[in-house]
Design a protein around this ligand. Structure first.
Ligand code: NAD
Length: 498
């Protein structure tokens, strides 16, 4: 078979698979004419008035080709104007919702981490990601005329997505990045790359049909460290957005390009005697069990004031969480971590066993040596502050609870457990002093009071959603403005109307 035939067959197979994996929403019918092809330019439209399907629909084997195609697409998007950006945002939001069940299952089947109900929900809520409306220009008007500052695109953004929420991160990133007028190249997590490619292909097909713009979001089909390096090095890639753990944050910061880094967290929770114990327990269970605790903002360890620690644990048990005995905790710890003793009296190191990340509570319970009722959301146990479950970002539906003697100790322990990631911290209290002291001391990007972690992303609290929260680099919950250059345009002495 010739190389050309092989390529053709590969593309056709990939296209069919892509179509099977992702349905366009009814709002964007397959027969819709391409808006950009009414001009008679003889471009992508076919004789039937329906745009011809061509190309790779965003999925590329080669990183350089993916970057070059995204750059070409950025130029097309510039011509399409704001209207094209608005359309892209509409398409991605609608398709994420329409395909939530199919894509959620696809992602779970591939990664084998998390929970199907939450994988589906994470796609249904992409509609909460802000769009073009966030780019209102700033204007100043005075005796010397008028100055306008506009939020303008960079060009191509190189993005890295995590295994914990592959399609949701990718979808939210496309909305933010394209609303700002950019194109994007994805180097996805290798263990969640197939489902990501299905979504990218489906988005591109629908976007192409509606706007005539091809490859607005491209993806490297088989991502690797080499493809990451090639993407970062490509001259069309102007900025990077990485969502992941410490390794990729460090790698992105070393590229010499500006990197917006949505890095790791280990969110502590402090509960004091002024909190409503039932509300606190329910919120903690809701947050820590979400997608089996895969959220970077998810509650990872609790510091409870000694006087209410028993009450809090009682409420957690009454609201469906299961408490482990010390022996069961020891068994689970042995299974969930590999502990390397420190050399020469130094500290020992605990590495999380990946087989337990994002697994159901029933799997953890089995390792702990107990049977739990089906549907149990979360396990918990009392631990010391230096327990591996407190220290490591463990991403399992298990929560360690540590007693503290005072607000000062609670804050100090929380600070220690957060490791200076400046990501997320949570408090349950009605004491103004405690709320203020913890907020100031922890200095985290998200600080949530009296609610579950997801309230920090607009789910039950005020605000908007993104699955990329830029923590070490300080951009915060990413939004379209995150991916813009601010440019100033000055008219001297004229145009002011008063
Ligand atoms: P991970 O760090 O293993 O992988 C993230 C991405 O980085 C993947 O695409 C991976 O291939 C790539 N990567 C990893 N090391 C790299 C390196 N040295 N060079 C180049 N690329 C590299 O993370 P994960 O397990 O997929 O996701 C969980 C982590 O991501 C947790 O630490 C979590 O807190 C964090 N996270 C943060 C946010 C946020 O918004 N701040 C959101 C989701 C996840």
């Amino acid at each position: 078979m010739s190389a050309m035939n092989e390529t053709l067959i590969r593309d056709v197979v990939a296209e069919v698979l892509g179509r099977l994996g992702g349905a366009a929403p009814p709002a964007f019918p397959a027969t819709a004419p391409a808006a950009k092809h009414d001009c008679g330019c003889g471009g992508n439209g076919s004789a039937s008035g329906r745009p011809a399907l061509r190309g790779k629909f965003g999925v590329f084997a080669d990183a350089n080709e993916a970057c070059a195609a995204a750059h070409e697409s950025f130029l097309q998007l510039q011509k399409g104007g704001i209207a094209a950006r608005v359309k892209i945002v509409e398409i991605v939001k609608a398709m994420a919702e329409v395909n939530a069940e199919v894509w959620g299952k696809l992602e779970l089947d591939e990664t084998k981490i998390g929970r199907l109900d939450h994988k589906i929900e994470k796609l249904k809520i992409i509609k909460l990601v802000p769009g073009v409306e966030w780019l209102r220009p700033d204007a100043r008007s005075g005796d010397h005329g008028i100055t306008l500052e506009e939020y303008t695109p960079f060009g191509v953004v190189g993005a890295v997505t995590p295994s914990t929420h592959s399609i949701p991160t990718l979808s939210g990133n496309i909305v933010n990045i394209c609303a700002a007028g950019n194109a994007v190249v994805f180097n996805p997590h290798p263990s969640a790359a197939r489902c990501a490619a299905v979504a990218v292909r489906a988005y591109n097909e629908a976007i192409f049909r509606e706007t005539g713009i091809e490859n607005i979001a491209t993806i490297i089909e088989k991502p690797s460290m080499e493809s990451f390096a090639a993407m970062c090095k490509h001259e069309a890639v102007r900025i990077l957005l990485v969502t992941g753990g410490p390794g990729v944050v460090k790698a992105a910061m070393q590229t010499g390009k500006r990197a917006i880094c949505a890095g790791p967290g280990n969110p502590p929770v402090y509960v004091d005697d002024t909190a409503c114990m039932k509300r606190a327990a329910k919120a903690i269970i809701q947050g820590a069990s979400y997608d089996n605790n895969l959220l970077c903002i998810g509650e990872k360890e609790v510091f409870a004031l000694e006087s209410i620690a028993d009450k809090l644990m009682e409420q957690m048990a009454q609201n469906g969480a299961v408490k482990l005995t010390n022996a069961q905790l020891d068994a689970l710890t042995k299974a969930a971590f590999t502990i390397t003793p420190g050399q020469g009296g130094g500290c020992s190191h605990a590495a999380v066993n990946k087989d337990f990340i994002g697994k159901d509570p029933i799997v953890l319970a089995k390792a702990a040596g107990l049977n739990i009722p089906p549907g149990t959301q979360l396990l918990f146990a009392e631990t010391g502050a230096d327990h591996p479950f407190v220290v490591e970002e463990q991403m399992m539906p298990f929560l360690p609870i540590t007693r503290v003697k005072s607000l000062e100790e609670g804050v100090a322990r929380s600070l220690e457990a957060e490791h200076g990631y400046k990501h997320t911290s949570i408090i349950h209290s009605h004491d103004l002093e405690a709320l203020t002291q913890m907020g100031r001391a922890l200095d985290t990007t998200l600080f949530i009071k009296n609610g579950p972690c997801m309230a920090g992303l607009g789910l039950g609290g005020e605000g908007y959603l993104s699955f990329s929260i830029a923590t070490p680099t300080g951009e915060g919950v990413s939004n379209p403005r995150t991916f813009t250059r601010v440019r100033r345009c000055v008219m001297v002495d004229n145009l002011r109307i008063y």
